[in-house]
Design a protein around this ligand. Structure first.
Ligand code: ADP
Ligand code: GN1
Ligand code: MG
Length: 361
């Protein structure tokens, strides 16, 4: 607590801090909930985060991206809670750097809920609207002003090469435990370049995208349960609309959590796929091309395969990237993703039929 108070003392926080403790289920940053008592006796909450500098090598660039994007979005929505709000450091900057860590504080978004899995189809629809609108609202944001916070973040062919390198180096001697999983990825090598090939053919443009569209990166209004605010803005970069769609499907249209051990519980729910397609396209305000809409299933399968491959790579590398809570955590996560990929392959024609129905022509 003393160390946290020292960090907090550098920010323009109101009142007197009464509580702070770990918060949320993110895999990357350290998140702390801070409670402060104001002079009139009411309580105010903040989210304090240390940006993971193993993942974000240039945290100041990440902060600059977030500051620019939130300033831009705030002008487009009158509801204060609809946009993340950074509390400035007393020196006027957006973070405080100490001991190799980069700290930042946001206002806590009150009267809201954050779900690890949607509880109803309507929750998922609302998340879809939120991420679609997010993309629409950033359509006229000057993309050239954004830093690439993680280069090649959703460059799946590059992720494939990193995976092969991890298999070949096998630094922890774990490759022998995962022969089947390695073969699963290798059999899908050609698929990895499908979206980049479509980009080269001009079918999917680069847009300003979120790139980490998990259900727990969106807040719903606590009373109405309507879309409220997109959070976790570290990976906003130019990207493909279909990967924002796809990452949300991989996480939220799954019938089980990302680290479920009982794979018989894991499948991709077609009704959820349909409802998310509807919400996302509505949120985008008709802004997606038919060629993008037709590639939404590829986006879903790509993000699921890529994520499974990243979990497997991290397992092979000794769990250095994602936060793990037990030794084989990354492997369990990898298994759910590969089960989802297989399930999508079985449901492929139905996924294509669903998106086709939303095309304009
Ligand atoms: P990570 O990159 O580790 O996923 P996030 O920025 O997503 O970190 O934060 C982790 C969790 O903390 C979120 O899933 C959400 O539950 C909560 N959270 C983050 N920011 C806020 C906020 N401003 N208000 C309320 N809750 C928040
Ligand atoms: C990480 O930060 P978080 O938990 O929202 C990761 C995503 C993965 C996700 C898998 C910066 O997201 O890319 O899809 O875990 N974020 C980063 O759950 O690597
Ligand atoms: Mg998150």
């Amino acid at each position: 607590m003393r160390k946290t108070l020292e960090i907090l003392s550098h920010f323009k926080i109101e009142g007197e801090i009464t509580e702070c403790g770990p918060y949320g289920n993110g895999h990357i940053n350290d998140t702390v909930l801070v409670v402060s008592k104001l002079f009139d006796g009411t309580m105010k909450r903040y989210i304090l985060q240390s940006v993971n500098i193993n993942v974000f090598k240039r945290p100041l660039e990440v902060m600059e991206n977030i500051q620019r994007v939130t300033d831009f979005l705030r002008d487009k929505n009158e509801d204060e809670r609809a946009t993340m709000h950074l509390i400035p450091n007393k020196d006027g900057s957006s973070c405080y750097i100490v001991g190799g860590k980069c700290w930042r504080i946001y206002d806590f978004i009150e009267d809201s809920i954050c779900l690890d899995l949607p509880e109803t189809t309507e929750d998922f629809y609302q998340a879809a609207v939120a991420f679609g609108e997010f993309q629409k609202n950033l359509a006229d944001f000057p993309a050239e002003k954004l830093y690439e916070s993680i280069p090649d973040f959703h460059n799946t062919p590059k992720r494939y090469n990193d995976f092969i390198e991890a298999v070949n180096s096998d630094v922890c001697g774990r490759a022998k435990n995962v022969r089947e999983e390695i073969e699963f990825v290798k059999a899908r090598k050609d698929f990895c370049s499908v979206l980049y090939d479509a980009k080269d053919r001009g079918e999917i443009p680069l847009r300003v995208t979120h790139n980490d569209t998990k259900m727990n990166n969106v807040m719903l209004d606590g009373k109405t349960r309507k879309a409220l605010c997109v959070i976790d803005l570290d990976t906003i970069m130019p990207g493909f609309s279909v990967t924002d769609f796809g990452d949300a499907i991989r996480f939220g249209a799954s019938t089980a959590s990302e680290d479920e051990k009982d794979l018989s519980k894991v499948s991709m729910d077609l009704e959820m796929f349909d409802i998310y397609t509807k919400g996302f396209l509505e949120g985008c305000g008709g802004g997606l091309l038919d060629s993008e809409i037709m590639l939404l299933p590829e986006g879903a399968k790509m993000m699921t395969l890529e994520c499974g491959m990243r979990f497997l790579t991290d397992y092979l590398n000794g769990d250095t990237y994602f936060r793990v809570h037990y030794p084989e955590h990354n492997l369990d996560r990898c298994h759910t993703q590969f089960k989802l990929v297989s399930d999508m392959e079985e449901k492929w024609d139905k996924m294509k039929d669903i998106v086709k129905a939303y095309c304009k022509d």
